[in-house]
Design a protein. Structure first.
Length: 307
């Protein structure tokens, strides 16, 4: 039996630890690097807790080896996935260092949420092996990973990445153009822009926006995509609706002044106890639990160790 590809993950935070967990649970050797001691110190316990929470063996975390040096983490692996903070110069520096230390054939992937991969990888000598793998939170429950190619990325690198991700139970899709936000975050934030505008214009409060979504098209979205829905109702009806509605939708090209005010006033959401709404600790815990239970019920048991 040939060994499964070895993985290095850069950044042991929310996403990096979760991505490391997915590969460890599927029997891969995983090197996990973080520059911050506290992140390294807590990473394995977080992975064990999350494995247990979804009914998998916490011992799978033993396949994750922590590193305090980037060069040693990436020296002997087949794939590098970067999940460091969303900071372009930092990501560029990390990949320059990775290029020096990794083998020539190692595939280099960034988990950036919205930064174009071309910009992150622009300083590399060989960009044919560089691409994006955009995972969703929590990585061990949400199946989608968007695989983003640049004009430099080789077909072989894209194919190997799609194969690897499918082998650990992910729904991997190819994004053929390296545009900000890729596919999922463009769709998601188009909706958030309009949601914030509705509140800012006094049409309804934040809870009502969320209630409307959850009680209507949100409940259908997991089984009825927007373009399936357009076909279901008819492209003719869709065109007619767009003729009336699109001119009335928010088209701002900068963050809403309403959002600016929340941030400036320190209303940062869960972390400050209030954002669009107030969040007591018990309400935060209840919401997190509701989301985890829903994702577990929707997507079933994730990949476990073995074939
Ligand atoms: N949080 C999400 O829902 C989500 C979803 C998809 C993609 N992303 C993207 O994934 C990346 C990581 O996000 P996150 O939410 O895990 O952030 P996070 O803050 O939880 O984790 C980032 C980690 O990087 C570490 N770090 C800081 N400097 C470093 C360095 N020089 N080298 C290596 N590690 C360093 C930090 O110690 C921390 O552990 C970002 O690019 C983010 O945009 C986040």
């Amino acid at each position: 039996m040939t060994a499964k590809p070895a993985i290095a993950v850069i950044g042991a935070g929310l996403m990096g630890a979760g991505i490391a967990q997915v590969f460890a649970a599927a029997g891969h050797r995983v090197a996990l690097f973080d520059a911050i001691e506290a992140a390294r110190a807590s990473a394995l316990a977080r992975i064990r807790d999350n494995l247990a929470a979804i009914g998998l063996d916490p011992q799978a975390a033993d396949a994750v080896i922590l590193h305090d040096q980037l060069a040693t983490a990436v020296a002997d692996v087949d794939f590098v996935i970067e999940a460091a903070p969303e900071d372009l110069p930092l990501k560029q520096r990390l990949f320059s260092e990775v290029e020096q230390a990794a083998r020539p054939g190692t595939i280099l992937a960034s988990n950036t949420s919205v930064i174009p991969i071309t910009a992150i990888m622009e300083k590399l000598g060989d960009r044919t092996r560089a691409l994006g793998t955009h995972w969703w939170n929590p990585p061990y429950l949400v199946p989608l990973v968007e695989v983003i190619r640049t004009t430099d990325t080789s077909n072989a690198a894209v194919a190997a990445t799609l194969t690897l991700l499918a082998s650990v139970g992910k729904t991997a899709v190819e994004v053929k153009k390296d545009i900000p936000g890729f596919i999922g975050n463009r769709l998601q934030h188009a909706l958030w822009r309009e949601a914030i505008a509705l509140v800012a214009e006094g049409v309804c409060d934040a809870k009502t926006v969320d209630d409307v979504v959850k009680s209507s098209f949100g409940a259908r979205l997991a089984v009825l995509g927007p373009l399936e829905n357009a076909d279901l109702v008819g492209t003719d009806l869709t065109r007619s609706i767009h003729g009336y509605l699109l001119p009335a939708l928010d088209r701002s090209t900068a963050p809403s002044p309403y959002l600016d005010r929340l941030v400036d006033e320190g209303r940062l959401g869960f972390k400050s106890g209030e954002g669009f709404q107030a969040w007591a600790p018990a309400q935060q815990a209840a919401l997190r639990e509701r989301v985890t239970k829903h994702l577990m019920a929707s997507f079933g048991a994730p990949a476990t160790i073995g074939e």
